[in-house]
Design a protein around this ligand. Structure first.
Ligand code: MIC
Ligand code: SF4
Length: 655
């Protein structure tokens, strides 16, 4: 039986375990990326590991999330990251150089390599044929130190693409279509692999949009073959030598196959407030909008923005709409400035935001109350725009620009009929403008030994996890429903600047659920912690969806949380819980979830022993007097990490 591309790359990188779906395996990591919002903890943990230099082929530290700089915190982080990363032998991409995933694709991504990034959209690299996986900062710190990355050998979902996209239909619509089929839950432990003649028709940036938003499916990663299109992209980035042709064997067997005929895909939107709440644009047409933005790591490539610029040539956006662009990188912005595309966009009434995450993570451009906002982003979780009760729709750049002109949601295919606008052909340039002057190179070892790391007082080394209790006497601090995202657990936006200060950031854990006049989750957690009672989080399906932010484990740990009992837990978040010695437990009978309430006192018998043996646990609901069973789905290594009081200790003990 032939091999999938996923298994070919895994096979080449396997260092531990047997490569059969469902098994725990360890793989060698060639490249890592960190961004500033997760990078400070990643580098603080890397420093505590005592490894002076990174051991990967390439490690890059990016600044792209925290660039608003209200107060000193953001700049303090920038200085820390620049000094610590280059001293450790990593590259450092300075603020203004662009969004990590876009820049990594342009300047570092390599077909067939493995990339581990402390950001859930790291799979963007799958667009160039690499196996690119998102993880918590602690896992990335271990990989920087030369340690393997542990994961479950995946099931591979093959997506066979046939046909060709019609005019005004974008690759964003393809991933939205796939989200309507697979949804955001139930895909843990899978990789999506694209193949077929339709895949060959897509450019690298189009593929990267698809693999980027594959993160919303909850899969481990997504990957495209590396072919002539990849070669063309790499050559245009002056990196032809990084090209390698890669694809699945012709007789590769997938665990399941989904067929998508690109010529049948139509413009789509993810409606509020989940990336899988998909409807065709034709059903939403006419809905009044007040805001449109083209940007984020999903859709801010040169070709995306050139298309927008062409459509806007000598045209104004509707005066009821605030329209903005945030080009994905300095390369994109610089090229558009030179070829006058930027002038067209400025003349249309657009606001030009800097090359970074910005509004995608609630850093500005929040919509007014009750205003519909159209975004080319990948997430529209409630409140992520920075506005409570927001109405954010995720769309393609084509739909965004058409709607910005019309002041209402508009099927871009109708622009030709309404305004005579022809679909602009936006090919890859033969040569991108290469300027790596904002990428600081790793220091040589001699210089590094003498170099100082700048660490201001706003950067606080996180507290270490405490040992697992023999029996856990705890209390349910919160009971939440299905699809709780890490944005619910740890809001970003205005609080993002506290990422390097856990005691400060922990104050807003679950703040979206705090009722007016009632004590916050943080207050209740700290009160229990002081009494030596363990905090417990109870949740429904797919707990911890979304981002890789390990603060969603680290801050609850700081507040005394010892266990999460949920119907199911998402991959990255589960690993983060384990890394910080919070025990992830799943309900065996989902109906038991209904019998547990907030403030119930729970006793988890023989917790330590259960972690040791990987057995089930009996949980006594002391408040309402009944017992139920929970299961611990843990690999041997997961158990060892929990028993060593977290991954940092485990790594130190091993070295
Ligand atoms: C996101 O898109 O939610 C983020 C912000 O990029 C996160 C990382 C973070 O929280 O710092 C992610 O996707 O992992
Ligand atoms: Fe940045 Fe948004 Fe991409 Fe996250 S999803 S990396 S916040 S642009």
């Amino acid at each position: 039986m032939g091999k999938t591309l996923t298994y070919k790359i895994l096979d080449k990188h396997l260092v531990d375990g047997e490569l059969t779906a469902g098994n725990a395996i360890g793989i060698r990591i060639d490249q890592t990326l960190t961004q500033d919002a997760t990078g400070t903890t990643a580098f603080l943990l890397f420093e505590s590991m005592g490894t002076p230099r990174v051991k990967t082929d390439v490690s890059v530290s990016y600044i792209d999330h925290n660039m608003s700089q209200f107060g000193p915190e953001n700049h303090n982080d920038h200085l820390y990251l620049q000094t610590v990363s280059t001293k450790a032998g990593a590259y450092h991409s300075r603020p203004g150089n662009g969004i990590c995933h876009q820049v990594h694709l342009e300047r570092f991504g390599k077909p067939g390599a493995t990339l581990l990034g402390s950001d859930s959209h790291t799979p963007t690299g799958g667009g160039i044929g690499m196996l690119a996986i998102g993880a918590g900062g602690m896992d990335v710190a271990v990989a920087m130190g030369g340690g393997a990355f542990y994961m479950t050998a995946p099931k591979v979902i093959g997506v066979k693409l046939t046909g060709k996209l019609n005019k005004w239909v974008a690759s964003k619509d393809v991933i939205l279509k796939l989200l309507s089929i697979l949804t955001t839950k139930g895909n843990v432990g899978c990789v999506v692999e694209y193949f077929g003649q339709g895949a060959s028709s897509l450019s690298v940036p189009q593929r990267a949009t698809i693999t980027n938003m594959g993160a919303e499916l909850g899969v481990t990663t997504s990957v495209f073959p590396s072919d002539k299109r990849t070669q063309k992209f790499l050559a245009a980035q002056d990196r032809g030598k990084d090209y390698e042709m890669l694809s699945a064997d012709i007789d590769a067997e997938y665990d399941s196959v989904i067929d998508i005929d690109l010529s049948k895909v139509e413009p789509m939107a993810a409606c509020p407030s989940s990336p899988d709440n998909i409807r065709p644009i034709s059903e939403l047409e006419g809905l009044k909008i007040g805001q449109v933005i083209v940007g984020s790591c999903t859709n801010s490539s040169y070709t995306d923005l050139m298309m927008v610029a062409e459509v806007l040539k000598a045209r104004q956006t509707d005066d009821t709409v605030e329209f903005a662009i945030a080009p994905g990188s300095k390369q994109v912005l610089g090229m558009m400035a030179k070829n006058e595309a930027l002038a067209n966009i400025i003349a249309s009434g657009a606001r030009i935001l800097e090359s970074g995450c910005g509004p995608c993570i609630g850093q500005g451009f929040s919509p007014a109350n009750d205003v519909v906002s159209l975004r080319t982003f990948n997430r529209n979780f409630a409140g992520r725009t920075g506005t409570t009760g927001d109405q954010a729709y995720l769309v393609s750049p084509e739909t965004a620009v058409a709607s910005a002109i019309m002041g209402q949601i508009t099927d871009p295919r109708r622009l030709t009929e309404i305004m005579g606008i022809k679909y602009p052909k936006t090919d890859l340039p033969k040569q991108f403008a290469i300027d790596d002057s904002m990428i600081v190179k790793p220091m040589d070892e001699g210089k590094a030994r003498r170099a100082e790391v700048i660490r201001a007082s706003t950067i606080v080394v996180p507290e270490s996890p405490k040992p697992i209790a023999e029996h856990l006497d705890g209390k349910v601090l919160i009971k939440c429903g299905d699809k709780i995202t890490t944005d619910h657990i740890m809001p970003a936006g205005a609080f993002l600047k506290y990422r390097s200060n856990v005691p400060e950031y922990a104050k807003v854990v679950f703040s979206c659920f705090t009722e007016k006049g009632k004590p916050s989750f943080a207050d209740r957690g700290l009160e229990l912690k002081a009494k030596g009672i363990g905090g417990i989080i109870v949740a429904g399906l797919s707990y911890g969806q979304g981002s890789s932010r390990e603060h969603a484990a680290l801050c609850p740990m700081y507040l005394g949380v010892k266990a999460v009992i949920a119907k199911s837990i998402e991959r990255i978040h589960k690993a983060n819980l384990i890394n910080f010695a919070i025990v992830p437990i799943e309900f065996i009978e989902h109906r038991d979830y209904d019998r547990v309430n907030q403030n119930d006192e729970l006793r988890i018998e023989n917790l330590y022993e259960a972690v040791e043996s990987g057995n089930m646990v009996t949980i006594k609901n002391v408040t309402s007097g009944f017992d139920f069973q929970g299961k611990l789905t843990l690999s041997v290594r997961d158990r060892d990490i929990l028993l060593a009081d977290g991954l940092l200790n485990y790594t130190k003990n091993k070295s």
